[in-house]
Write a protein that binds this ligand. Structure first.
Ligand code: SF4
Ligand code: SF4
Length: 79
C-alpha cells in the first residue's frame, strides 16, 4: 500500500535532486530549505537525497553555496 503511494508520487513528480556528494561540504543549507525533509547529512560528511520524498522543487539547488545540486528528470519514467 505504502509502496503504491510512493510510486504515485514518483509519477506525479517527474524530477528529483541529485547531489555531487564528492564535492559536498555538508553545510546543511539544502537540508534547511527542503520542504519535504528529503535531504540528510550522512556522517557529517555529505548530503544525501531520499528519492522517495523529493518532489524536484529545486529549492536545494538554489540554496547550495557550492552549486553542486542538479534537478534531473527521473530515470525509467515518462517524460
Ligand atoms: S528538489 Fe526540493 S524536495 Fe527535492 S531535495 Fe531539493 S528541496 Fe527537497
Ligand atoms: S547545500 Fe550543497 S554543499 Fe551544503 S550540504 Fe547541501 S549539497 Fe552539500
Amino acid at each position: 500500500m505504502y509502496q503504491n503511494v510512493i510510486e504515485k508520487q514518483k509519477r506525479r513528480f517527474k524530477k528529483k535532486a541529485v547531489i555531487s556528494q564528492s564535492e559536498c561540504v555538508a553545510c546543511g543549507s539544502c537540508v534547511n530549505v527542503c520542504p519535504r525533509g528529503a535531504i540528510t547529512i550522512i556522517h557529517g560528511i555529505y548530503a544525501k537525497v531520499n528519492d522517495d520524498l523529493c518532489i524536484g522543487c529545486g529549492k536545494c539547488k538554489i540554496a547550495c553555496p557550492a552549486s553542486i545540486i542538479k534537478v534531473e528528470v527521473r530515470d525509467n519514467e515518462e517524460k
